[in-house]
Design a protein around this ligand. Structure first.
Ligand code: ASP
Length: 597
């Protein structure tokens, strides 16, 4: 390196890019970072120098600093020179450092870069698989760097808030015996006890309950959880929860704490002050008014039950639905300029969602409805629809006659399709409470609606009417996404056993799977309650990202693959032999006819 190179024991930098402003004009500054967006003008080179803080423009004259000629995109460099004002008219108001530039007279190339596979710039859209294959380059993009910072700030806000409230951060193991959260376990074979397997935790649920038995009054952990689920929507095999639990605690305590945590995170990331307490809605009401247990309440279009108005209807389709115990529900989609084919599209969508049909009607001046169904409706019924749905002339009214479950599902989805804002500028938090203890599963059996450690509101009700019994379980919902769930737990071993009985888990099986846990409950277990908040989803919403993959440093693709490391991969036969595992024909990665699960 010649006299114009940085060398020796000098520090790599004396400032960060984002520190430079008009106040630094005239100072000699050294920066270290990457070459972004290089352009040449009249023999002088301009580039953005990007570091962890942001970017600043650097000007360098190759006549003065010949090494500048070799600079390419993403070279890692250190440059030094005076800060100066950009010439008149050349300031960039979109850039925080846009009024100034560094006139570099010294340059050190710290390491070169191969040509990069995509432009590292927020404005350039790159294919996601490629971005994940080169995640280390993707993370250099300002947007991704911002998301990483937001994640760290959020974690700090959580720790601050909970630490101040006396919560203890406790780590729980990741090689465990299965914790049932309703998904498939990820398994890890044991080498020392061949043939035995650990499960990775679907959540720290049972361990945090044991901490309560252990006298830990308030627990939290920013915990990694693993669920071997088929990839529907926006999920990951491993994800992060803020997991909390408290002894001698109940729902209101959990809500108050979570509200404080959420408020601190939102304040840190958005600079917005929320106003807890958040509204509460029962599960039953949520399903009725929004057709879902995670309502997006940023917009109206609430669903109404119109069944009562049709008790004497002559319209055969409606009468038959009501006779079969079904419902007639609808909502007002407001003034929607829809063509015939768009309306047909809605009807097709309704059928895909399981409805027998969709009735659409437009309210008209004079209290009439424009609809193919209008002729079947009495004056009273027409008036009731318009009144209940508050139809103003021109409003599109959508009705479904079906079972309560189908009507909720279909209208809930259409409501989202027609009304949901696609950005998350406003934040609407909501507690959904009073979930059922059990859900019916195919074949008529029962499965825990939350998890099997959730306390029922009323034990007698649970014994006598398990299908309709209510649990002390709750969800936190933000803008129509479930942020997390929690419950008051069962702390009586006999009640815990009863729940297993109702679930059809035999005494033998429950002893085998959960005997160790029920044993612990027998040693003076305090009443306790808790919650887990999905950190990835929460951050994605706060950062206005549509996928949680944008806020996870190293996520997997939708199909569970990491294109960067190539995982999952086959393992060395020696490793398998050590574990006592032999692959069957057809599941061997080297088998050309391999079938994936
Ligand atoms: N373990 C539960 C879950 O992961 C949360 C809780 O009940 O605290 O959803």
């Amino acid at each position: 390196m010649g006299p114009t190179a940085l060398e020796g024991d000098q520090p790599y930098r004396t400032a960060y890019a984002a520190d430079l402003s008009e106040a630094s004009v005239g100072e000699r500054i050294r920066l270290a970072g990457w070459v972004a967006r290089r352009r040449d003008q009249g023999g002088v080179y301009f580039f953005d120098l990007r570091d962890a803080s942001g970017v600043v423009q650097v000007v360098i004259d190759p006549a003065e600093v010949p090494a500048a000629r070799d600079l390419r995109a993403e070279y890692c460099i250190s440059v030094e020179g005076p800060v100066r004002l950009r010439p008149a008219g050349m300031a960039n108001p979109d850039l925080a450092t846009g009024a100034v530039e560094l006139a570099a007279d010294q340059l050190g190339v710290l390491s070169r870069s191969e040509p990069v596979p995509f432009i590292i710039d927020d404005r350039a859209e790159a294919d996601e698989r490629l971005r994940l294959e080169y995640r280390y380059l993707d993370l250099r993009r300002p947007r991704m760097a911002k998301n990483l910072r937001a994640r760290s700030l959020a974690a700090a806000a959580m720790r601050d808030t909970l630490g101040r409230r006396g919560f203890l951060e406790v780590e729980t193991p990741t090689l465990i015996r299965s914790t049932p959260e309703g998904a498939r376990d990820m398994l890890v074979p044991s080498r020392l006890r061949r043939g035995d397997f650990y499960a990775l935790p679907q959540s720290p649920q049972l361990f945090k309950q044991l901490l309560m038995v252990g006298g830990v009054d308030r627990y939290y952990q920013i915990a990694r959880c693993y669920r071997d689920e088929d990839f529907r929507s926006d999920r990951q095999l491993e994800f992060t929860q803020l997991d909390i639990e408290g002894a001698f605690w109940g729902r209101d305590g959990v809500f108050e704490t979570l509200e404080a945590v959420v408020q601190a995170v939102v304040e840190r990331l958005r600079g917005v002050t929320l106003e807890p307490p958040f509204p509460r809605l029962t599960y039953a009401e949520a399903l009725l008014r929004y057709g879902t247990d995670k309502p997006d309440v940023r917009f109206g279009m609430e669903i109404s039950d119109l069944s009562d108005a049709f008790l004497k209807t002559k319209f055969r389709a409606f009468a038959a639905t009501l006779e079969d115990g079904g419902v007639i529900r609808g909502f007002n989609a407001g003034k929607q300029e829809m063509s015939r084919s768009q309306l047909d599209g809605l009807a097709t969508r309704a059928k895909e969602l399981g409805a027998k049909g969709l009735i659409s009607a437009v309210a008209e001046e004079g209290g009439t409805l424009r609809s193919q169904t209008a002729k079947h409706l009495s004056e009273f019924e027409t008036a009731a629809i318009i009144e209940d749905l508050k139809g103003q002339p021109g409003d599109l009214l959508l009705l479904v006659a079906d079972t309560a479950a189908v009507a909720a599902q279909v209208l809930g989805q259409l409501r989202l399709q027609l009304g949901r804002p696609d950005r998350h500028d406003d934040l609407s938090f909501l507690w959904v409470i009073d979930f059922p203890v059990f859900d019916e599963v195919e074949g008529g059996g029962l499965a825990p609606s939350h998890h099997p450690f959730t306390a029922p509101v009323d034990l007698v009700e649970m014994r006598e009417r398990p299908r309709t019994a209510i649990a002390k379980a709750y969800d936190l919902v933000l803008n129509g996404s479930e942020l997390g769930s929690g419950s008051v737990r069962i702390h009586d071993p006999e009640v815990q056993q009863e729940v297993f009985d109702i679930l059809g888990i035999s005494a033998d099986e429950s002893e085998r799977r959960f005997g160790w846990f029920i044993k612990a409950l027998r040693y003076g277990t305090p009443p306790h309650a808790g919650f887990a908040l999905g950190v990835d989803r929460f951050l994605a919403i706060l950062q206005q990202e549509t996928s949680i993959r944008e806020v996870i440093p190293f996520p997997k693709t939708q199909t569970g693959i990491d294109p960067m490391t190539g995982s999952p991969t086959a393992v060395d036969p020696v490793q398998l032999a050590e574990l006592g595992i032999e692959l069957r024909a057809g599941v061997d990665a080297d088998d050309p006819d391999r079938e994936d699960g």
